[in-house]
Design a protein around this ligand. Sequence first.
Ligand code: HSE
Length: 440
Amino acid sequence: MKSIQVGLLGVGTVGSGVFSVLQRNQSEIVRRAGRGIEIAVVADLDTARAHAAVGPAVKVVSDARAVIANPDIDIVIELIGGYGIAKQLVLEAIEAGKHVVTANKALLAVHGSEIFAAASRKGVMVGFEAAVAGGIPIIKSLREGLSANRIQWIAGIINGTTNFILSEMRDKGLDFDVVLKQAQALGYAEADPTFDIEGVDAAHKAALMSAMAFGVPVQFDKAYVEGITQLGAQDIKYAELLGYRIKLLGITKKTDKGIELRVHPTLVPNKRLIANVEGAMNAVMVHGDAVGTTLYYGKGAGSEPTASAVIADLIDIVRLHNADPAQRVPHLAFQPDAMSNAPVLSMGEVVTSYYLRLKVADEAGVLANVTSILAKAGISIDAVLQREADEVGGEGATQTDLIILTHDCVEAKMNEALSQMQVLKTVLGTIVRIRKEELA
Ligand code: HSE
């Protein structure tokens, strides 16, 4: 049978990886898919770069719409990125009856509902395994492997840039800015690194996983997003002393009241496997009622790891493109007419535990004042660490750091307790609050 014909839009790092892995593993892929997969035409504004990546046998054009208009093309791979022209091209490809494969988490997190609805109307598939955690087959796991379960929570290191930065800061005592530059040079960071360091990229991915885990719409706009730019080196050290590592986690949980969807720096016990995921690696924990806790680990970015996910989607499409669309796996795991309207909870309604660091005057009664505010709020203390003033501020210092770990409480209560502690005369600077998850 003739190979299925694929058009590739954007031949950067991932596009070149897709081309070379498809070539290298074609015979193995044919054995799996039952048919060859051929990139017949590529579109890139930089045609010289595209020619260099795909060689003389593949047609190169600068106009992506020429690929979409080509009647021989069955599948369009979108690797342009962003919400602008990429959105137009994806919708036009769907309208032209092409299946689409994309790694574009920003696009799907913001416009996923519109894109999946358009694809369902036209009876085409949109594959996006590469959009979350790169080479880790987490979409496949959520959508198919775990489909017997009521999924209860997901917690993931789903941004390699920030995990690399946090690992290097902890290991080598380097400053945030130095490590960010290294991450960019290594090609982990988004074109705009604020998406990485402010938690936006992780929130795009968390919103997609949340939708697939709980059968709710993709609701990036309702996610709580806090990045790592405010994180101090001393908090990384204190967390370590208390047996925790700080990771930027994407978390989504189902509770009786609704869905938690949040990205923020999080203390994780260092005995958990996920706490030991270092460098640019990604890892996702999924807890289902039947399976218990599962963990998926691998490269979340890079040319061939991401190509691995793109090509897996191509193979799925080859296997299913002649099937009745009603028999295919739904884009977001649940049947479109069976979606839940469970609300996404505000941060005030979230239940979690906390690390607090207070800069305090080293005098009698300070600890009692702070703990009595927590006690009155019904917040239970898990551990307290008070540094000797000399150790923190040098000989003769009169201030010290007081670190408190709490048990779970509703965030609104913690906010109230924090505002009361903040105005105590003996509390000398802004209190640092970092959320903590035991992930048991
Ligand atoms: N900038 C992303 C990261 C790339 O650092 O993980 C993959 O989405």
